[in-house]
Design a protein around this ligand. Structure first.
Ligand SMILES: Nc1ncnc2c1ncn2[C@@H]1O[C@H](COP(=O)(O)OP(=O)(O)OP(=O)(O)O)[C@@H](O)[C@H]1O
Length: 197
């Protein structure tokens, strides 16, 4: 039986890096569950790589087909952008396991949609000071570093991923990303066991 692995964690905890590594490990046989968004494509992005890009009409069609698993709307300075997960016609949960990066909100909605027993949480944690340094270092490499947004996210994450919210979501196990290789090894072992059940 297939499972859905949901990688979660605060900003700069290493989700993206870990996701890429898990996907490259063919022995795990995980499939990507690529999210959808109504936000415009950024330079360097490609349809179907980070996201499937659509618009409000595309979203409405998917909703009519009852294929939207969970959806989040963000009121940005450019207007409302929606991010959502879609049931893909080629998905085969009997045989395949899927992996995605999710928020706690998405996790809760997906537990409702698929059933908790189908869902495997992988919560990644990094000590706050180290995480902030990694976030600043990553931002510094950008042409136009967005330190303000970085600070906003850092504070928002503390609320979104509060101990209470984690507890209510049934997330108890944590994977500490101090050393990437050790963390990856631990996560891979955990996933291998979890998808066997
Ligand atoms: N164990 C580690 N040691 C050192 N640097 C790391 C480690 N893990 C991740 N990083 C670095 O920290 C930064 C944040 O990692 P990454 O982009 O994977 O995080 P993320 O959780 O996807 O962040 P966001 O949610 O903000 O997009 C990257 O520059 C990455 O190279």
């Amino acid at each position: 039986m297939g499972k859905i692995i949901c990688l979660m964690g605060k900003s700069s905890s290493g989700k993206d890096t870990i996701y890429k590594n898990l996907m490259e490990d063919k022995s795990l046989g995980l499939r990507k569950l690529i999210p959808y968004t109504t936000r415009p494509m950024r330079e360097g992005e490609q349809e179907g790589v980070e996201y499937h890009f659509t618009d409000e009409a595309g979203l409405a069609r998917l909703q009519e087909e009852d294929r939207v698993i969970e959806i989040r709307a963000y009121d940005t300075v450019y207007g409302v952008w929606k991010y959502f997960t879609v049931w893909e016609e080629q998905m085969n949960l009997e045989r395949e396991s899927y992996c995605l990066i999710g928020t706690l909100e998405a996790w809760n909605a997906m537990c409702q949609y698929f059933g908790r027993e189908k869902m495997i949480p992988v919560y990644i944690e990094v000590e706050d000071g180290t995480r902030l340094i990694r976030a600043v270092e990553r931002e510094r490499t950008q042409e136009h570093p967005g330190y303000e947004e970085l600070c906003r996210r850092f504070l928002a994450d503390a609320k979104d991923f509060s101990e209470e919210n984690l507890k209510n979501a049934g997330i108890t196990r944590r994977f500490e990303n101090k050393d990437m290789n050790a963390c990856l090894e631990e996560i891979k072992l955990f996933i291998q066991k979890a998808i066997l059940i």
